[in-house]
Design a protein around this ligand. Structure first.
Ligand code: HEC
Length: 154
């Protein structure tokens, strides 16, 4: 993992990227789960306010999602009395109800009395190897977009 982080850091440092070209990579690889500048999914944290200019933490978060898991987004496994096995993070909970948000972003409300087991799965819902298949130019464009402090003006 660490050599790959160094490799990507060098690719990014070698030349500037084109954020306009990187946007589609973001939408395809990250947008289903993450919001950036008010659009995108809600399975992972909103990245707009995340420190996207800090390349060190950004690269670790992307290449090694299990290194550190954002509080509140830990993956959990649940089994129910009616035989379902579910996983996702706990979007909400109180004394009676647990709301689980799965990979598709949909919330499932479960009564605690319907739950047999509820365990942390240990690990992030965010997949590894998200940057696989990108060439160097695509990596530079992708990070140029991801590190924009403002939405692109069109
Ligand atoms: C299947 C959904 C999914 C996809 C796809 C995904 N992520 Fe994530 N991401 C998550 C979840 C869930 C978390 C929170 C858990 C964690 O910290 O690992 C997260 C955490 C992060 C964090 C840390 C945020 C924080 O507040 O700590 C960053 C940065 C991030 N993702 C960037 C990306 C980028 C960039 C992509 C595209 C290359 C991407 N993610 C693709 C689900 C996803």
């Amino acid at each position: 993992m660490r050599p790959r982080i160094e490799e990507i850091r060098l690719i990014i440092a070698s030349q500037p990227g084109d954020p306009y070209k990187g946007e589609s990579q973001f939408n395809a690889r990250c947008g289903s789960c993450h919001t950036l500048f008010h659009k995108g999914g809600k399975i992972g944290p909103d990245l707009t306010s995340y420190q996207r200019d800090d390349l060190g933490t950004l690269l670790i978060s992307i290449l090694d999602p299990n290194a550190e898991i954002r509080e509140g987004f830990e993956n959990h496994n649940i089994t129910t009395h009616d035989g379902r096995t579910l996983s996702g993070f706990l979007a909400d909970q109180d004394a009676n109800v647990v709301v689980l948000r799965g990979f598709d972003g949909a919330d499932i409300s479960l009564r605690r009395s319907d739950i047999v087991t509820l365990n942390p799965a240990g690990g992030s819902l965010m997949p590894e190897f998200l940057l696989d298949g990108m060439n160097d130019a695509e990596i530079r464009n992708f990070f140029a977009y991801l590190r924009q402090s403002q939405p692109l003006s069109k």
